[in-house]
Design a protein around this ligand. Structure first.
Ligand code: ASP
Length: 457
């Protein structure tokens, strides 16, 4: 049995709905379907989730919002018209549902936002099930509550509760096609709570793990995962196979093709993931698996992200001071700041974080505390950092992977601000100035992947 999740662009229009139905019909194993809300139909289009966020904001500010309800509902009505469905009742129910949610949560802004955001997926799953039935398939909408997706009560940041998996295992027995909305679950007190943005991937993965699927198929709008962001390098190499660990590292640092939190459930359950293209389902896609043969290709991909800063502290004889690192990180913890890396030397330590966490007075407060409590010789914060991750399971055994990167940087005249390699040896991190990031990624691509190309040609 396969769980197939269709992302926003795969379910954005009537034409896309038709493709999805064709994909489901072409393989009887595809029995559990998870859908996103309708995404963008063209570049300048607005995702339904974003329309719903605007709707919630209008309600919160006391602004006129009827036109926004109309705009949301029209997206579904347009799909229904394009599919020649007699769906006026379904569409009317959507409108009533939005109005009812606004009335119920009018004064509870966090719940209102979550309930409205979740309705994008919810309505789409209902419409998809309706459409599949119109084609003669035995399809049924199943709400996350009925399926058993129970989550922590953290609006916009839900985490699955472990008990859910047992409940979800019952889905395996369904003989018909089940359509489940992605992106949200229910708290134990019965409230709708959403996952972080892009979280339908998480639902798909949870459902696949719970139902014990043989494969989790993740349908999107690219033929495969590329070894580097295609907007940075023209026509980059497609990946046939990648491991869970590699994918996790890559999606954390800028690969937006798969939500970085989505891998955990399938990884733990050992379920292979296949990322495929709704617009070209014949293409083999990319498999995410536990192990791959990395003899010839030690590096799987290169990812990058901007918007980081580095808190650099130095103190003579720091290495002798017991608890220095802990105290430094404690100050950040007290301020509710998470960090990404902490490379260190004998007398210095840097903590790399997302710069948007240092807004307002936080920056000064942190600097003052570090200065007074840790009595450092020097402290400064460097902004405008980009992180580049070179990721590959094969790095552990291959010699010269780092040398290749540093040589590529030197040749491209790029100054490396920072280097870090964790003990897992599945990734290597380079910090460079933001303005150099594109050039740096291209240089690395040429160093690691151009020769592979040349060999093949
Ligand atoms: N619709 C939600 C979003 O745009 C979740 C998803 O599509 O995965 O973030």
């Amino acid at each position: 049995m396969k769980v197939a999740k269709f992302g926003g662009s795969s379910v954005a229009s009537a034409e896309q709905f038709r493709k999805v139905a064709g994909i489901i019909q072409s393989d009887q194993q595809r029995r559990i379907i998870v859908v996103s809300a309708p995404g963008k139909r063209y570049k300048a289009d607005t995702k339904v989730t974003d329309l719903l966020i605007r709707l919630a904001e209008a309600v919160m500010r006391g602004n006129e919002y009827d036109s926004l309800i109309e705009a949301v509902v029209e997206r579904y009505a347009d799909i229904a018209r394009g599919l020649e469905l007699q769906a006026s009742e379904v569409i009317e129910q959507m409108k009533a549902d939005l109005q009812q949610k606004i009335a119920a949560y009018h004064d509870d802004h966090l719940r209102l936002l979550d309930a409205l955001k979740a309705s994008g997926e919810d309505h789409n799953a209902r419409l998809m099930a309706f459409y599949l039935r119109s084609l003669g398939m035995e399809a049924r909408y199943v709400s996350p509550r009925e399926a058993g997706i129970f989550v922590t009560d953290e609006p916009g940041n839900a985490q699955i509760l472990q008990d859910s998996y047992e409940k979800l295992s019952k889905l395996k027995q369904c003989s018909n096609i089940v359509v489940i909305p992605g992106f949200f679950g229910y708290s134990l007190t019965g409230h709708i709570v959403t996952f972080p943005r892009g979280g339908s991937d998480i639902t798909g993965s949870i459902v696949a793990a719970g139902a014990g699927a043989d494969v989790y198929e993740n349908f999107t709008d690219v033929d495969s995962i590329y070894c580097v962001n295609p907007s940075m390098v023209e026509n980059p190499r497609q990946l046939r196979e990648i491991t869970y660990r590699e994918m996790r590292e890559l999606s954390y640092s800028g690969f937006s093709v798969f939500h970085d939190e989505a891998l955990e459930p399938v990884y733990k359950a050992g379920i292979p993931v296949c990322v495929k293209n709704t617009n070209n389902p014949e293409a083999p896609g990319t498999w995410i698996v536990a192990k791959r043969n990395h003899r010839n290709v030690p590096v799987a991909g290169i990812a990058s992200d901007t918007g980081f800063c580095s808190v650099n502290v130095s103190k003579y004889l720091m290495n002798r001071e017991i608890g220095f690192g802990r105290k430094l990180l404690q100050i950040l913890e007290d301020e509710g700041i998470s960090y990404e890396h902490a490379p260190s030397g004998i007398d210095n330590m840097s903590v790399i974080l997302r710069a948007n966490q240092l807004q307002g007075e936080k920056e000064q407060r942190i600097m003052d505390r570090i200065q007074t409590e840790l009595k450092v010789d020097e402290i400064h914060i460097e902004y405008g950092l980009a992180l580049i991750m070179v990721v590959g399971e094969g790095m552990e055994r291959a010699v010269g992977v780092a040398a290749k990167a540093t040589a590529a940087f030197a040749q491209a005249q790029i100054n490396i601000e920072m280097i870090n390699q964790g003990s897992s040896e599945v990734s290597m991190m380079f910090g460079v100035k933001e303005e150099a990031v594109n050039k740096a990624v291209r240089a690395l691509y040429d160093a690691y992947f151009a020769p592979v190309y040349a060999q093949k040609e």
